[in-house]
Design a protein around this ligand. Structure first.
Ligand code: NAG
Ligand code: NAG
Ligand code: NAG
Ligand code: NAG
Ligand code: NAG
Ligand code: NAG
Ligand code: NAG
Ligand code: NAG
Ligand code: NAG
Ligand code: NAG
Ligand code: NAG
Ligand code: NAG
Length: 590
């Protein structure tokens, strides 16, 4: 058996197309529905190989990741890889501007390299409001063995997905938005797909399955926390325990203790937590809704259990307090400003050495992107940036370029908010290759927002309340602004980021707040190398799906559903086990 695996692994390493020398990790995923009751009411969620949340992709810098995805849902599917930069390769980004969705019953294989990256990220379905039903899972990119990590090796690695949750399923939620309705208050917060521990009998019904994290006294664990929710910012805390922040979305941070941290939709953080308490009982792990009236939103709280092996009993009593700052707008923003880059930590860096001293680079393009409360355009409730609500064309933008199709999009996205009535559009940003772009997100909505950019990490250089002006540049952090891919923008405030446009492709800039995104709050940045060369972008993959105007070029697949239940028991588990063994083998072999 091991000899066979050896030959198989060798074969795959040698003959699989991709970056020679760097290891491959293979995954075979069946994405389908599963019925669970996280909040005590049965509902269909999206599972990967029967798991909700999905499996973790655990790889190291420069590995090639190959994921064969079978769409076992009854609607189109696209997975995107939040924070993975897909250098030279927006073909694999998994958003509607670059990739056609995988039709129901079809499979499609993603292949990408996690080039020059480290850190904690997650994947999720990017269309049709599906993230509200799950389909997400973690991505861990470890340092290469030869590169030191800026802290001692933790005794364990724990991933937690936190997020607001509705009992209504994603198709019903979608319908509400299509009908111009607000989704209202979520029904709860899930932690790893599970409902709250029954810390209070009147707030939490009996019979809810909750998450338990088992730990050993004295040990230190790395907790990777991802807010995979729809629209709620969450305050995360572990009762009686300090959380030492060490990494966010691919950058090692200045290491500092926090007793709680606000984690906004789409953001990822790593903390080291030492089990230094006396285990007189279990401890609460809490993710509670932020910037809302907590009396009304009590139900919208995720509670899991931290269980020491020598624990003397169950957790009881009230939850640890959230920050008491309902009338103090500065606490959360100051906390956000305290997240800075550790400039001396060695790690794969997403950007070229030049942009490491980002403050000395001249800005070549500046965009101020203003969001506001939802508006009505042509009778539909929509969300805008600079007065434009994006409507994805049928043909992905990048494919339109490849086949020289005209008129699919326009390159005239305005640098400042448009005056006049808001409108629908498919206008995108003309990014200058190797330029240095400043983007100011100005939030004129009454809710907190978070914005994400695909293909890049940007330097978070400033945020403040009020309207951004040229003078605001004087307040920027010119030294250790952290490089990440998702940043919060407080209501009535702005956040400024700088990004070096060295990655050719067409890249999504979006609201991570799922309702705003669904209603059109997104744009793309097109970065084209004016020189004709094959070195700055990979060719279109052989298996690229064709849709929209190119549909006639697509060979049809016969739908081959497996149904989620069969995938857990028989069917795919054989090959899956083989792939896992291979993965383990390749890991040891390389
Ligand atoms: C969502 O729930 C509605 C009933 O409220 C049902 O008709 C629909 O099939 C469900 N969709 C999914 C994907 O479970
Ligand atoms: C990821 O893989 C590495 C070996 O490459 C292993 O040491 C580590 O425990 C794994 N992490 C998780 C969370 O599975
Ligand atoms: C679908 O899966 C089959 C079997 O694993 C594979 O041979 C084929 O290449 C896949 N198709 C695509 C488009 O990825
Ligand atoms: C930054 O990283 C260095 C190098 O790994 C480490 O020694 C140092 O403790 C870190 N500094 C802070 C403030 O986190
Ligand atoms: C449970 O929550 C309710 C409603 O917030 C509160 O009135 C009550 O005091 C709580 N019970 C306990 C035991 O904390
Ligand atoms: C951070 O918390 C840990 C664990 O509680 C503690 O050992 C350490 O001294 C704290 N560090 C600082 C700088 O407060
Ligand atoms: C354990 O710690 C808690 C809180 O820090 C304290 O109240 C309690 O007295 C301690 N119990 C023991 C047995 O030391
Ligand atoms: C929160 O809501 C409660 C109940 O409606 C109300 O009594 C209270 O004044 C509100 N708190 C704040 C800070 O607005
Ligand atoms: C940046 O712009 C200033 C003023 O226009 C110019 O003097 C300087 O040489 C430029 N720096 C770089 C690195 O291009
Ligand atoms: C896009 O920007 C490039 C410079 O980066 C410029 O040459 C080109 O004309 C612009 N295209 C449009 C349509 O504005
Ligand atoms: C939105 O902009 C208007 C006009 O500039 C201003 O009066 C209002 O306070 C802003 N609201 C927020 C939440 O920023
Ligand atoms: C890029 O590759 C394509 C296909 O291999 C080839 O036809 C074309 O000439 C190449 N272009 C350049 C500028 O090398």
């Amino acid at each position: 058996m091991s000899l066979m695996l050896f030959f198989l692994a060798t074969f795959l390493l040698l003959f699989h197309p991709g970056s020679a020398g760097d290891p491959f990790a293979f995954f075979d995923w069946d994405v389908g529905y599963k019925t669970v009751s996280p909040l005590g009411v049965k509902q269909q969620v999206i599972a990967v190989n029967g798991e909700f949340p999905g499996p973790i992709v655990n790889v190291s810098t420069n590995w090639n990741v190959v994921v064969n995805v079978l769409n076992d849902l009854d609607e189109p599917l696209l997975l995107t890889w939040n924070g993975i930069q897909h250098r030279k390769n927006c073909w694999q980004d998994g958003v509607l501007g670059t990739t056609c969705p995988i039709p129901s019953g079809w499979n499609w294989t993603y292949q990408f390299q996690v080039k020059d990256q480290i850190g904690s990220f997650f994947y999720f379905p990017s269309t049709g409001f599906q993230r509200a039903a799950g389909g997400f899972g973690g991505i861990i990119v470890n340092n290469r063995d030869v590169i030191a990590v800026p802290f001692d090796k933790p005794d364990g690695d724990i991933t937690l997905f936190i997020g607001d949750w509705y009992i209504k399923n994603h198709t019903d939620l979608r319908k509400m938005l299509d009908n111009g309705k607000d989704l209202g208050m979520p029904d709860g917060v899930l932690i790893n797909g599970k409902g709250p521990y029954r810390y209070n009998n009147s707030l939490v019904p009996a019979g809810i399955d909750y998450e338990t994290i088992n730990v050993q006294p004295g040990k230190t664990y790395r907790f990777r926390i991802h807010n995979v929710g729809i629209s709620t910012s969450l305050n995360f805390r572990i009762q009686n325990h300090n959380m030492k922040l060490v990494e966010t979305e691919g950058s090692y941070t200045v290491q500092q203790n926090y007793t709680n941290l606000d984690i906004h939709v789409g953001q990822s953080y790593s903390f080291l937590v030492t089990m230094d308490q006396n285990a007189s009982s279990d401890y609460y792990i809490v993710a509670s809704a932020r910037f809302v009236n907590e009396t009304i939103w009590k139900r919208v709280t995720g509670v899991a259990i931290l269980h020491y092996s020598n624990s003397k009993g169950k957790a009881s009593g009230p939850l640890p307090d959230p920050p008491q700052d309902f009338y103090d707008k500065t606490f959360s923003m100051n906390q956000a400003r305290s997240v800075r880059w550790n400039l001396s930590a060695g790690a794969a860096r997403p950007n070229p050495q030049g942009s490491f001293r980002y403050a000395s680079i001249n800005v070549t393009q500046a965009y101020l992107l203003r969001s506001g409360p939802p508006v009505v355009i042509n009778g539909k409730r929509r969300a805008t940036l600079n007065g434009i609500s994006y409507v994805p064309p049928e043909t992905p933008l990048r494919l339109a370029d490849q086949y020289s199709l005209k008129g699919v999009y326009t390159l005239d996205f305005p640098e400042r908010p448009l005056k006049g009535a808001p409108k629908l559009g498919r206008s995108i940003i003309n990014g200058t290759y190797r330029g240095f772009m400043e983007i100011i997100f100005q939030n004129n909505d009454t809710n907190i927002q978070s914005y994400h950019m695909d293909g890049y990490a940007f330097f978070v250089v400033g945020m403040d309340y009020g309207e951004w002006t040229e003078n605001s540049r004087g307040t920027y952090n010119k030294g250790d602004g952290v490089a990440r891919s998702t940043v919060q923008v407080y209501p009535g405030a702005w956040t400024a980021v700088l990004v070096s446009l060295d990655n050719v492709g067409i890249w999504n800039v979006r609201s991570e707040n799922l309702d705003s995104w669904y209603m059109g709050q997104e744009v793309y940045v097109r970065v084209v190398n004016p020189e004709s060369t094959n070195k700055t972008e990979l060719p279109i993959p052989d298996n690229a799906l064709k849709c929209g105007q190119l549909e006639k070029f697509q060979n049809l697949q016969t739908p081959h559903h497996k149904t989620a239940s069969s995938s857990i028991t028989t069917g795919s588990s054989g090959p899956l086990v083989l792939f896992m063994l291979l993965l383990v083998y390749i890991t040891n072999f390389s």
